[in-house]
Ligand binder design. Structure first.
Ligand SMILES: [Zn+2]
Length: 639
């Protein structure tokens, strides 16, 4: 059959199809999936009856047995042999359950139902897949190698449903994403007089080829995975199991069990490690897919500012205002590397806690949750999972080698610190007298991101609150602990940051121009991200270019802005036309230019949000431009 298909359709497309099919078939005959494994008791009435990697579980009761996972279409004889080896009757299986509707966990269901007459119970999201023999699966439905005999479902399960037999109760937890009805089973078992919580993970894995973004056959897949990690992290667990032996290291643990070790399947730490690893893998893949979907924006798009295209590899002059285009190559600047013979400043760190803050006592949005767009206003995000929560933050203080104790020094406040690259740049720039001998205070955020988080509250709020926090709660500590004096002259005070940290830098100067006159921002989040909503600035930091800068008298602020051609575009559920970071930066440049501000705007080709290479290339000259007009000689020579 396969050979004939190959002969008839010997085109490149058909060849590709044959290779895909072949690789799927290879995956299906993973030797560990069909290699027998000794059946054994895990705890009390819970037994392992699967193969070396495809996990099947038998839960025995005097009223008959429950089987979880029928595995491959070819697996039932192997499972039967395992059940009988343990001394149980295959025909006593009364209930058949699965981890999820993939051929390696439910392919043998039709045969097992026929052999045992068991009642087949499946989570609602997987029912149509099971009953179509895999044909309605969102990913594999059209791949012949993934199909199996259709099997009628006798009871449709919903999240939280209980499956009872004898005195045993299993709970079905919907943990979707991997499949729409992927199910994690929990139960309690007694072992040596103690009660243990058992968790059998359905699957937290993002398979090769899964589309997490813009998936028309499973639009909610990414939020379903989020839900899965939330659910799995909330479950009490002692005994850690899953749909594949590889999830919980079956083979190693079985060897230890045989050697007579204390039950190695009791492994809450291993469960936590596994989830952390899987969640990180999911988030990395999600970020990768999101980034791949961001279009490359053209700096010469109509409506964008007119900008000067610089030769590849160069950066704008330090004495010129206006708009520039750089890239596509971003080579690190000489000043971003530590050089022998250049005096190095001292870096001190300390920790601040929410309990000690009057201005920011701490909030957090539950992990894996976000808001929903208000049905009446696309520009308003409703967040219901934000609540008071403690935090700690690290503050790093850079004191240049040239600083003379007791003198009053200029300084720069950086967001999302500590920022070692800033300190290295300053070592080199100060030594060359290209910037004043400034102190740098690099402040960590209060954790989280965006609406409902502490970082979002600190950085995206359109008010003087964050600047006031820095002024009253951070700077006095810096002066006291490290024997430095910080200038009150706003000409000697700068702010910097990236993303929301960049908007914080601008917000600090905008609402407190008597405190700061210099702002450096990469990928500024001048978008509608303020939370809670403010009646004065309903569009958050988008208001800067929409209304505030055009309609206000010019403030004595110097602004450096940088953005990437693949900077963020609609990264979340909000579709209010106020979530394009490139447009936000272009608009900022436009209104700052129109009002006659001193500003420099750098549009970087071949660059993403907060692009590291762009920062490595541009930061030294950006800092030098930022501090133009400040008396360098004087500050370096005060004794
Ligand atoms: Zn699967």
């Amino acid at each position: 059959m396969k050979a004939r298909a190959y002969k008839f359709f010997c085109s490149s497309v058909a060849l590709a199809a044959v290779f895909i099919l072949a690789s799927t078939l290879r995956a299906q005959v993973n030797p560990d999936w069909t290699e027998p494994f000794p059946p054994f008791r895990i705890a009390e009435n819970l037994y392992y009856v699967g193969s070396k990697d495809l996990a099947s579980y038998l839960i025995t009761t005097p009223q008959g047995h429950i089987l979880i996972n029928s595995d491959l279409e070819a697996s039932p004889p192997l499972i039967r042999a395992s059940v009988e080896k343990l001394g149980f009757k295959f025909g006593d299986i009364r209930i058949l359950l699965i981890s999820h509707a993939h051929w390696d966990h439910d392919g043998g269901s039709a045969a097992i139902k026929a052999l045992t007459g068991a009642t087949y119970m499946v989570m609602d999201g997987d029912v149509s897949v099971v009953e179509s023999g895999g044909k309605t699966d969102f990913q594999y439905g059209s791949q012949p190698a993934s199909l199996y005999p259709p099997t009628k479902v006798d009871r449709v399960l919903h999240d939280g449903d209980e499956v009872k037999l004898g005195s045993t109760t299993l709970v079905a937890h919907l943990t979707p994403g991997h499949t729409k009805g992927c199910t994690t089973w929990t139960m309690k078992v007694a072992d040596a007089g103690k009660i243990y919580d058992v968790v059998i993970i359905g699957s937290p894995n993002v398979n090769d080829g899964y589309r997490l973004v813009g998936n028309s056959s499973y639009p909610e897949i990414a939020s379903d995975y989020e839900r899965t990690f939330r659910v799995l992290k909330s479950l009490p667990v002692d005994i850690f199991l899953g749909a594949h032996g590889s999830y919980f290291d079956l083979q190693t643990k079985y060897e230890r069990l045989k050697e007579g070790a204390a039950n190695p399947f009791i492994d809450p730490a291993g469960y936590k490690r596994y989830l952390t690893d899987r969640e990180e893998s999911f988030r990395t893949e999600l970020a990768k897919q999101k980034a791949a979907l961001i279009p490359t924006r053209d700096p010469n798009t109509p409506g964008f500012v007119t900008a000067k295209e610089l030769p590849d590899g160069s950066v704008p002059p330090v004495d010129a205002d206006g708009n520039f285009i750089i890239g596509p190559t971003h080579t690190p600047a000489f000043e971003m590397v530590v050089h022998d013979g250049v005096p190095r400043g001292a870096v001190h760190t300390f920790t601040m806690s929410s309990a000690d803050s009057k201005i920011f006592p701490g909030i957090a949005r539950d992990s894996g949750t976000f808001g929903t767009v208000s049905p009446t206003d696309p520009a308003t995000l409703v967040v219901t999972t934000s609540h008071p929560a403690p935090y700690t933050r690290t503050v790093a203080v850079y004191v240049p080698a040239q600083y003379v104790p007791g003198t009053i020094a200029p300084f720069i406040v950086g967001a999302d610190g500590p920022d070692q690259s800033l300190f290295t740049a300053l070592d080199n720039l100060i030594a060359e007298k290209r910037v004043p001998a400034m102190i740098a205070i690099s402040i960590g955020n209060g954790s989280g991101d965006a609406q409902g988080s502490e970082r979002g509250l600190e950085y995206d709020t359109m008010s003087g609150r964050y600047a006031e926090f820095v002024e009253t709660e951070v700077l006095p500590l810096v002066e006291r602990q490290f024997n430095v004096k910080l200038t009150k002259d706003p000409e000697g005070r700068a702010t910097m940051g990236c993303s929301s940290g960049g908007s914080a830098a601008f917000i600090m100067a905008w609402y407190h121009p008597e405190l700061y006159h210099r702002v450096l921002a990469y990928s500024i989040t001048a978008v509608n991200q303020q939370w809670p909503r403010s009646a004065e600035t309903p569009h958050g930091a988008w208001e800067f270019h929409e209304r505030l800068i055009p309609n206000s008298p010019v403030k004595p602020i110097r602004v450096w802005l940088g953005v990437g051609d693949r900077d963020l575009l609609n990264p979340n559920v909000m579709r209010d036309d106020m979530h394009d970071w490139v447009v936000a930066s272009e608009n900022m440049a436009k209104v700052l230019g129109a009002k006659g501000y001193h500003y420099q705007f750098v549009f970087a080709r071949n660059a993403v949000h907060c692009d590291r290479a762009v920062k490595q290339q541009t930061l030294p000259e950006a800092l030098e431009w930022l501090w133009r007009g400040y008396a360098i000689e004087e500050s370096n020579n005060v004794h």
